[in-house]
Ligand binder design. Sequence first.
Ligand code: T5A
Length: 211
Amino acid sequence: MKNKFIVIEGLEGAGKTTAHTVVVSVLQEYNINNIVLTREPGGTPLAERLRILIKQSVDGEKICDKAELLMIYAARIQLIENVIKPALARGAWVIGDRHDFSSQAYQAGGRGLDMQLINTLRHIILGDFSPDLTLYLDITPEISLHRIYQRGQLDRIEQESLNFFQRVREHYLKVSAVDSKVIIIDATQNLKTVKLSLQKVLYNWLENLNL
Ligand code: T5A
């Protein structure tokens, strides 16, 4: 299959929305117009309901870390089975705003859940399904918090401490360093420079695919 699943990852406010636009426009330059955009958690009616529960909780009830993890995986498998796999099967390219790498970073790194638990869950639920390319937009937690504070009201996860986001970032960087399918983009630069970096990486990657 020539069509691919590309994922954009990073802390809150890293610029994933902008990156989506850049990926779409680069693909279009290659005459790739059959593109499906997804986001996680979310992307199906059930997964979108779970997204609200994950981001906001219910009546202030504390969500324990393992319940959060399971809701995220429930949303993810709904999205994979009902949207991503069918899209790939009919030849579409899929661009995901977050995927499993987020669970490794937030639930293992941030929450401190056992990586073995997450690996087991991933293996059982997702099998060997994984993105062809992940673009990790790296920013510091300080920049992330600055950008999300400017946006206004914070959701349940955005209210976590600076230390939490430091652990998330450290985990992103640790895994990125050993996974050849993850490319790190310095997203602390201005938007124009980040855009150019993304384009460069994508042109290079697409050329190597020999489409
Ligand atoms: N989660 C998710 C988990 O814990 N585990 C999981 O497995 C998964 C899948 C999802 C939440 O769920 C958690 C992580 C999250 O907390 P979300 O809303 O989908 O929540 O994700 P967010 O990361 O919160 O989305 P954001 O909209 O905050 O981030 P973006 O899309 O990266 O940010 P963007 O592009 O909207 O930019 C934010 C602002 O910053 C500016 C933009 O203009 C915008 O105003 N900006 C820049 N400014 C200057 N220079 C740059 N280079 C800039 N880039 C962006």
